[in-house]
Structures are given as structure tokens and as C-alpha cells.
Design a protein around this ligand. Structure first.
Ligand code: SF4
Ligand code: SF4
Length: 230
């Protein structure tokens, strides 16, 4: 083992050197006073400006309405299609469901089957807030909520079940108004279309209307053979 010998007078020498450099710099710029005045001017200027910080948690932050705080679930819309769970890059959505038979409502009709959601959970300790699950859901069952106050002291408590996810639906802001100049949605156009005029029923035994036979096509003139370049 080698012992390290440090010179005893190294630290005072360093301090003296730094002081000398500082004095030289101050003398070059005309002394300490201009620097102090400049600092005071900056302080006075910024003191009158509006602050961009809030004293959270006493003052709630003013978040944009479409902030990605937490994912809310509208359970009635979920069909347990598993699309969100399959597309999630972190595999942090857990869904359990079972099939239920709904008896036919009309005589001779067929029974129907539907999925019943047993479990829908998101592990927010894994979620990276990419929003893919919300984008791919074909039944509008998932929404962004700006709610962000759900920090936990134990990471395991960040696995949120469907009751908690459903509770956040209250905090989901309404969708923004449609653009006035946007084209009318195809569904609205189809709904506003006037119904087709009903055809008059055919007389029993009446012959079908026959189309007039087409004129036979006149045959084309044969093309003249091309002349070969000599
Ligand atoms: S936001 Fe992204 S990572 Fe989080 S649950 Fe949805 S798909 Fe998965
Ligand atoms: S939330 Fe949407 S995508 Fe996910 S299982 Fe339910 S219906 Fe399917």
C-alpha cells in the first residue's frame, strides 16, 4: 500500500491564486460595483414579471384540458375485445372476462352470446402514457383524465382495478367542439338522406319490361400495315 503525501500549503496557495484571478477580472471590468448594479437591475426587472410557478399543493396547477394524467374506463362501453391489452407496448393492461348467453327475445330466434368484463386493471408503475390503448379502443371505453394525484408510497399500489379506473370518468373533460368548417360526418349524412321512392307493385301475371335490343356494332376498318424504314 502506498501512502499519499499531500503538500500542506496546497490549499492556501490555491485560494490565493483564485483571489488574484478574481481581482484581475474585477479590475479589468471596472470593479465590483457594475456587476452588483447589473445583478440588482435583473432582480428588479424579474420581480415585476408574472411568475410561471404555482405553490403546489396550496395552489392547484393550471393544466391544459387534454393533459395525460390517468386513464379512465367507461365500463359499459368495454366489450372485452382485448385490443388495448394486445397493443399495449408495456403489457400492463390485465383483462379477464367470461361469456354469457342471452336467450332469444323472439320465438324461433337464436340465443346470443356476450362478453362480461370480470377484471380490467392497468399497472401505472409500468404504463408509459403513450395513449395507444385509448387510440385503438374501437368502442370509446378509455379516456385521458388530467387527474394526476395518485402517487403511492408502495409501487404495488399503482395497479389500479376497474372500479378505480371507472371513478376517474368524472374528471374526464368533455370533447372539444367540432370545427365549423369540417365536413359533415358520414353517419349524419346517411341519416339525413331522404328515403327512396317505393316502386309500384307489379300486376300479377304482367310480363317484365324488356329492354330494347342493342344495335349491332359496326366492325372497325382494318389498320394499314406500317411501312418499314429502309
Ligand atoms: S398508455 Fe400506453 S403503456 Fe399505458 S396502458 Fe395504454 S398502451 Fe399501455
Ligand atoms: S377498453 Fe376498448 S379495446 Fe380494451 S377491451 Fe375494452 S373495448 Fe376492447
Amino acid at each position: 500500500m502506498t501512502e499519499r503525501h499531500e503538500p500542506k500549503h496546497e490549499a492556501p496557495r490555491e485560494t490565493a491564486r483564485a483571489e488574484k484571478a478574481s481581482n484581475e477580472k474585477a479590475s479589468k471590468s471596472g470593479g465590483l460595483l457594475p456587476g452588483i448594479l447589473k445583478g440588482l437591475a435583473t432582480t428588479a426587472k424579474t420581480a415585476t414579471q408574472r411568475t410561471h410557478t404555482h405553490e403546489y399543493p396550496d395552489v392547484a396547477p393550471d393544466l391544459p384540458p387534454r393533459s395525460r394524467g390517468v386513464i379512465a374506463l367507461l365500463e359499459e362501453n368495454c366489450t372485452s375485445c382485448m385490443l388495448c391489452a394486445r397493443e399495449c407496448p408495456d403489457w400492463c393492461i390485465y383483462i379477464d372476462s367470461h361469456k354469457e348467453t342471452i336467450p332469444a327475445t323472439t320465438e324461433g330466434g337464436r340465443d346470443r352470446q356476450r362478453n362480461v368484463l370480470d377484471r380490467f386493471a392497468i399497472d401505472f408503475s409500468l404504463c408509459m402514457y403513450c395513449g395507444i390503448c385509448i387510440e385503438v379502443c374501437p368502442f370509446d371505453a378509455l379516456f385521458w383524465s388530467p387527474q394526476f394525484e395518485y402517487a403511492e408510497t408502495d409501487i404495488r399500489d399503482l395497479l389500479h382495478e376497474k372500479d378505480r379506473l371507472g371513478g376517474w370518468m368524472e374528471t374526464v373533460p368533455p370533447p372539444p367542439a367540432l370545427d365549423e368548417r369540417a365536413a359533415e360526418p358520414a353517419e349524419v349524412t346517411a341519416a339525413n338522406k331522404p328515403p327512396r321512392a317505393a316502386r309500384a307493385p307489379r300486376e300479377p301475371g304482367a310480363a317484365r319490361e324488356t329492354r330494347a335490343p342493342r344495335e349491332p356494332r359496326t366492325p372497325r376498318e382494318p389498320r394499314a400495315p406500317r411501312e418499314r424504314p429502309t
